[in-house]
Design a protein. Structure first.
Length: 302
């Protein structure tokens, strides 16, 4: 098996990052790279001292999900790059974990046309329900889709590998040659939707994306931003519009803009105000306003 570079981003998430590192086998075929995205304290130094077998890259500013991962790509030496959220963990014996990683590599290497593979992802908490077993296509108008199997108990019903239109950002393995051809992760999103846009870039470059259930990753989900935070609301609002701009076609793109700005935005603002969630209402409004400001200025290049 060729070397795998495992890349994760740490942002004020020391405990989660430690749990992930400790769940990854110490093996000469694995290179672990932690990108510290300008955490408030110097967690990078502590991580380096506690885990001398890993590489830590300290960024002086928060580059977002894509920017942090791109730093990791620059530091990586592996043929296959496995991007893991720092709030994920691997489970099983060392041998089982290495075998699971080998299955992802085998799926990637099974065809020259496969550029990305994602494992099965299950929620870490409680019943360990499925979070991801592939994605459905995004609606060109609503810019929404769903994760197959999300919320279901794992009874083996999604244990057959299959293509998926998009990768899941919490756990995705990518061929280096595919990155060289498609380009780095788009940094204009900062948080959310960048892996979906990156998936589109891989598809435009001629690659397929696959789901491989022989490997399972457990995900605590949204430990950094919070599952229902104004920050999350802002970026989801803005980035759905941005994704439509970058990937939509006329006239569907214009219809998506109208739907999101004239219908969904006011609805979400009124709903937030009704529940006295004024910060969420402001986040929705700011997301729309910032998109329009940058859209009219023709920014969002990367």
């Amino acid at each position: 098996m060729n070397k795998i570079s495992i890349i994760t981003i740490n942002y004020n998430g020391f405990a989660d990052t430690c749990a992930l590192i400790e769940s990854i086998p110490e093996n000469d075929l694995l290179e672990v790279i932690v990108v510290d995205n300008a955490s408030r304290t110097d967690e990078a130094t502590v991580l380096s001292e506690r885990y001398p077998h890993i590489s830590v890259v300290r960024s002086k500013r928060n580059l977002g999900f894509a920017g942090g991962n791109n730093l990791g790509i620059e530091a990586a030496t592996g043929k296959h790059l496995f991007f893991l959220n720092n709030d994920t963990v691997m489970e099983g014996t060392e041998t089982q974990k290495m075998q699971a990683l080998q299955m992802l590599v085998s799926r990637l290497e099974s065809s020259e046309s496969i550029g990305v593979v994602c494992p099965k992802i299950r929620f870490y908490q409680e019943e360990r329900l499925i979070q991801f077993a592939g994605y459905t296509p995004l609606s060109a108008v609503t810019v929404r889709n769903r994760a197959i199997g999300c919320g279901e108990a794992d009874r083996g019903q999604y244990d057959i590998p299959h293509p998926t239109p998009y990768a899941h950002g919490a756990a995705m393995m990518v061929k280096r040659e595919a990155i060289n051809k498609a380009g780095l992760m788009p940094e204009c999103y900062f948080l959310y939707y960048e892996e979906l846009d990156w998936s589109m870039m891989f598809r435009h470059a001629g690659y397929e994306l696959w789901y491989e259930p022989a490997c399972t990753i457990f995900h605590k989900e949204s430990q950094t931003t919070g599952q229902d935070s104004p920050l999350r609301t802002y970026y989801l609002t803005r980035n759905r519009l941005l994704f439509a701009r970058r990937n939509g076609k006329f006239p569907t793109k214009q219809l998506s803009f109208f739907y999101q700005i004239a219908m969904v935005g006011p609805r979400d603002i009124l709903r937030s105000l009704f529940h006295l969630r004024t910060r969420h209402a402001r986040a929705t409004l700011s997301g729309i306003a910032d998109f329009l400001r940058n859209h009219l200025a023709e920014r969002y290049v990367r």
